[in-house]
Design a protein around this ligand. Structure first.
Ligand SMILES: [Zn+2]
Length: 324
């Protein structure tokens, strides 16, 4: 197994080589300045790691950590988890070739994304309005409320998680695939499907929401959705920061981003709604706790705010639910 740091660098390299993020590749210090604007999404910098890449010394350039922190994350805290997760070295490559030892890893990422893009192309023959919903969680009724909202805009919705290096505790792709495939057949009349893409998460909050929208635009989607706390961590960004930025720059995007304020349980409705969709006071709203849902999955107890049949099937199946 490759370390997370190595996998992260190779996934970035694969995304540059495949074309998915070729426009995000930064090949010089001057090139990095483009990203003073968040409209380009996340800059992809390939670290000068001799373990992974073949390169000449003249192809190495440096960018200071505080500049990366400010530009990519818009933050000042050098210990921010996104920074430590994505940037461990500050020498980068203007051009690179992947060492043969790692070529198969890179090829596999390229192939998986090629497969996802071809899948979207095949959907385009049947549908005019295809949406992407990014989640890598087992869906509770809050996720289903977002799916329903997207289906108001789309004639087909792809549950489209971003998969980076595997982490302990992540829901396995096998589990997600099985849950959403069954939902597609039994509950959503095949108006949804499941297809992941392989790319890194940076925990860069609002900027990353733009990045995710741009990736979907490039892949051929017409709609994407952004809600609360998109791609943030450690409460570094305000919960509505991503939605506010997306609304501000929406004229610069060729993809429609459906924004929402999160799904909640409304005690007055006695139902799960998207915040603001009913006329009740926000004091009636209760969070749907992802942490509590996860804890009940671990204990194989039915969580009331998630599809019961799905949970029963899951608990009785032999599918591995979490990465260990
Ligand atoms: Zn209500």
């Amino acid at each position: 197994m490759l370390s997370n740091e190595l996998s992260f660098s190779l996934i970035n390299a694969a995304n540059v080589l495949s074309g998915l993020l070729s426009k995000n590749f930064v090949g010089s210090v001057a090139d990095f300045e483009r990203f003073d604007s968040c409209l380009h999404g996340i800059p992809i910098l390939i670290p000068a790691d001799p373990e992974l890449f073949e390169f000449e010394n003249e192809d190495v350039f440096s960018i200071a950590p505080d500049r990366i922190l400010k530009t990519v994350f818009g933050l000042n805290d050098p210990f921010y988890i996104g920074m430590r997760h994505a940037f461990n070295r500050f020498d980068f490559l203007a051009k690179f070739s992947v060492r043969p030892k790692y070529a198969s890893f890179v090829d596999e990422v390229v192939q998986q994304n090629c497969n996802a893009t071809n899948f979207i192309k095949s959907l385009q023959k049947k549908y005019d309005n295809i949406g992407a919903f990014q989640t890598r969680n087992i869906p509770h009724l809050g996720h289903e409320a977002i799916i329903q909202r997207m289906l108001d805009f789309c004639d087909h919705l792809v549950v489209n998680p971003v998969l980076g290096p595997k982490k302990n505790g992540d829901v396995t792709v096998e589990c997600l695939s099985s849950v959403f495939k069954r939902f597609a057949e039994k509950k959503y009349k095949n108006s949804i499907s499941f297809k992941p893409i392989v790319a890194n998460m940076f925990y860069a909050g609002p900027r990353e929401a733009v990045h995710h929208a741009l990736i979907r635009q490039k892949m051929g989607f017409q709609h994407f959705t952004v809600g609360r706390d998109h791609a943030g961590a450690q409460k570094a960004y305000l919960p509505d920061a991503a939605v506010r930025l997306i609304k501000k720059i929406s004229n610069n995007l060729k993809i429609n981003v459906v924004c929402h304020d999160g799904a909640v349980f409304c005690a007055a409705c006695d139902d799960v709604v998207l915040a603001g969709d009913c006329n009740h006071d926000h004091a009636e709203y209760r969070d749907i706790s992802g942490t509590a849902f996860r804890a009940s999955i671990v204990k194989k107890e039915i969580f009331l705010l998630a599809d019961k049949e799905m949970q029963t099937l899951l608990f009785n199946s032999k599918i591995k639910i979490f990465e260990t």
